[in-house]
Ligand binder design. Structure first.
Ligand code: GDP
Ligand code: K
Ligand code: MG
Length: 300
């Protein structure tokens, strides 16, 4: 059934919070498919990613943002700037708090910034699967006292509890306006970039203790084969020679595992066979090189 443009509703809802609060997990849960990569490592999300959900007459455009924290390096400053502009440009803001960590300094700093900007937000307490009810009630009271929250939701983005209620609320919030994306689009990331992100996620999951977050992945080429499969060539860039053997592993064991995990997920997402070729190269000090940011979509 067609929904005429007069009946359409559309809105941007930013998901902000401290690193590892579970923002990307929540956006994926709301969209119903992976649009943004997730890992226990902070700074997994480097740039703003849009996750798009259709709900009745509403198109809800979720803005997944890098975590907000006190930046030290240039890449970090760019990430935090991207997070804030994603938030302040949006129609509504969800502040995600890791209920297990509680109302810590990172969360307080974000609340202060929201107050300064004169913005209200929806409070979303995440990871309730890890927390006792008493603690949740205390946390809610502390946060509510800040006077900037319009609603409170308690969810587990990981196991899905409370996510449907939050979704129903967001659906009601969205104001009249024409849809901005085709109905079947779930993200604004080009396929090549999403494919690179998936490999980066697998690197992070396999090696998050051994490697710095500055590992970078690029899709170098993408070839559609006549048999319906795709050949994808990617490069994992590390910062130093010494990091190359870590990514490769003994006898190439590590890179094989990373490649296999990435390929499995790509095949699911693309619904076809994938031949994935991954190369590992050293890129000197790329995280301090300004020219690189535009390539990965950072804006500052
Ligand atoms: P982001 O940095 O805010 O985007 O956080 P991520 O979505 O990357 O998640 C950070 C870590 O928290 C990952 O290991 C997730 O699996 C985990 N996580 C996210 N949501 C939940 C949750 O509701 N419960 C639990 N136990 N873990 C979660
Ligand atoms: K993370
Ligand atoms: Mg994230």
């Amino acid at each position: 059934t067609e929904i005429s443009q007069q009946d359409q509703r559309c809105g941007f809802i930013a998901v902000v919070g401290a690193p590892n609060a579970g923002k990307s997990t929540l956006v994926n849960a709301l969209v119903g498919t992976k649009v943004s990569i997730v890992s226990p490592k902070v700074q997994t999300t480097r740039f703003r990613v849009l996750g798009i959900v259709m709900a009745g007459t509403a198109q809800i455009i979720l803005v997944d943002t890098p975590g907000i924290f006190a930046p030290k390096k240039r890449l970090e400053r760019a990430m935090v700037a991207a997070a804030w502009s994603g938030a302040t440009d949006a129609d509504h803001i969800c502040l995600l708090i890791d209920a297990h960590r509680g109302y810590d300094d990172d969360a307080r700093a974000i609340v202060e910034k929201l107050k300064e900007a004169g913005r209200k937000a929806i409070l979303v307490l995440n990871k309730v699967d890890l927390v006792k009810r008493d603690k949740l009630l205390g946390l809610t009271a502390d946060l509510d006292a800040e006077g900037i929250f319009t609603d409170v939701f308690m969810i587990s983005a990981l196991n899905g509890s409370g996510v449907a209620d939050l979704m129903a609320h967001l659906e009601k919030l969205v104001a009249p306006g024409p849809w901005m994306f085709p109905e079947d689009q779930v993200s604004d990331l080009p396929q090549r970039l999403l494919a690179a992100e998936i490999t980066r996620e697998k690197v992070f999951l396999a090696l998050y203790q051994e490697l710095p977050y500055s590992v970078h992945v690029e899709t170098e080429s993408w070839e559609e084969k006549e048999d319906g499969s795709a050949r994808i060539d990617q490069v994992i860039y590390v910062e130093r020679d010494s990091q190359k053997p870590i990514v490769l592993g003994k006898g190439g064991k590590q890179i094989k595992a990373i490649g296999a995990a990435a390929r499995t997920e790509l095949e699911e997402l693309l619904e076809r066979r994938v031949h994935l070729f991954i190369h590992v190269k050293v890129r000197d000090d790329w995280s301090e090189k300004r020219g690189h940011y535009s390539e990965i979509g950072l804006d500052f």
